[in-house]
Design a protein around this ligand. Structure first.
Ligand SMILES: [Zn+2]
Length: 402
């Protein structure tokens, strides 16, 4: 057993001042106020002073970092990305594909499924020996399939020659290659065949996310009726809200996503993809329970400016901006920065911004034991300065080093 204390705990649905958090076998065993509890002398106690303990962050949309892309066929890629993620407070993530030729996507899905299964069996073995992972770093929980079922009109930098019309047969092929590990799928609901694929994916427990879409309001609502419950990098690669004239009023997919209470939605709060005023508008519209922060980070994250790969194409990175042929191509955002930006842009308190990076994404992806500090949940947590800077990260109760 281990004990942790700090100035404050954000669960994040509530706060405990001077908390005492007990961890055993990789899970939270007890959460209380420190003065109400005597801990026995043989339990090691870590005291984080006036810092804040918060749930580990969950990134639903990340393509890479530290020079590697999650689609790279290289055994170093995921462990290196996972160490970078942990340094920025992310304890769980969903490696995200970009549109590529089908055979390349299938091979990437297979490798990612292997990586997810390896980490799972690692974890079981080590917990039987009553300690966590030897090599503690962010864990991949499932795959986010971004493309090929995207709109040509709103493809962003996804290669047009590889975009495909959704079919159940194609979805099944991806599903088999990933051995059922696809947990999030971004899809444009207006494409022929999309409603059937959305319904089937949702039936299998996939978080179906509307995005890269030129859908009008009705098409988006049909996607939601079919089972879509989330939206991908809202505002970016989406038909805009349009109310130019009396006969030209088109709320579009944004009108649906922003107002439909069944839908959670994510944003890239790097100050580049969205103006801070739009981040505030979004936060006020979707509210503290349905706002999700993502990074959409690419291999250049944590690296100097230069040329980097995203899936199978190249991206220029300069002054925190990633572009390919003049279009935005992912970000070099880290989740701890996104949390602090949301606090600043939306004037939210730290606990609301933390929820947008932890509990809300875990709920959107239907992951029960993550993103929240409650008895029985996985002991994935971060230690933050009162300003939200990450000082330490723990996965399954074990500190991530370096
Ligand atoms: Zn995208």
């Amino acid at each position: 057993m281990q004990a942790f204390t700090a100035g404050r705990l954000l669960t994040p649905t509530g706060a405990v001042e001077h908390p005492l958090v007990l961890v055993e076998l990789g899970r939270f065993l007890e959460i209380s106020a420190r003065n109400s509890q005597q801990i026995s002398a043989d339990v090691p106690l870590s005291d984080f002073g006036n810092s804040v303990i918060a749930p580990g962050y969950v990134d639903l949309h990340i393509h890479g970092g530290a020079g590697y892309d999650v689609m790279d066929d290289n055994v170093e890629a995921l462990p290196t990305i996972e160490q970078l993620l942990a340094r920025h407070g992310v304890t769980s993530y969903f490696p995200t594909t970009v549109t590529a030729p089908v055979d390349i996507t299938l091979r990437a899905l297979e490798r990612l499924a292997n990586a997810i299964e390896d980490r799972e069996s690692d974890r079981k073995q080590h917990h039987q020996q009553a300690h966590g992972d030897r090599d503690s770093r962010a864990r991949p929980l499932g795959i986010h399939l971004e493309g090929p079922f995207l709109s040509h009109a709103r493809r962003g930098v996804h290669p047009p020659e590889n975009l495909l019309t959704p079919t159940l047969a194609l979805f099944e092929q991806f599903w088999q290659a990933a051995r059922g590990r696809i947990r999030i799928m971004t899809i444009a609901p207006e494409l022929g065949g999309a409603p059937e694929v959305i319904a089937e994916a949702a039936r299998r427990g996939v978080c179906v996310s509307l995005g890269h879409s030129d859908a009008d309001f009705e098409e988006a609502e049909r996607g939601i009726a079919a089972g879509a419950r989330h939206a991908t990098h809202t505002f970016n690669a989406m038909r805009p809200l349009d109310h130019r004239t009396l006969d030209h009023r088109s709320p579009g997919i944004l009108g649906a996503v922003l107002t439909d209470p069944r839908v959670t939605a994510d944003i890239i709060a790097d100050g580049v993809h969205l103006d801070p005023a739009i981040v505030k508008l979004f936060a006020q519209t979707k509210g503290p329970h349905s706002t999700v922060l993502i990074t959409d980070a690419i291999s250049a994250t944590g690296m100097p400016d230069g040329r980097y790969r995203l899936g199978s194409f190249e991206v220029d990175v300069r002054h925190g901006k990633c572009t390919a042929n003049g279009k935005l191509a992912g970000s070099v955002l880290t989740m701890d920065r996104a949390v602090r930006n949301l606090v600043q842009f939306a004037e939210w308190d730290l606990s609301q911004a933390v929820a947008a990076a932890s509990l809300n994404p875990a709920r959107a992806a239907q992951i029960a034991d993550k993103g929240v500090i409650v008895v029985g949940a996985d002991a994935d947590f971060v230690v933050l300065t009162p300003e939200g800077k990450v000082s330490r990260t723990f996965v399954g109760g074990v500190e991530c080093s370096g």
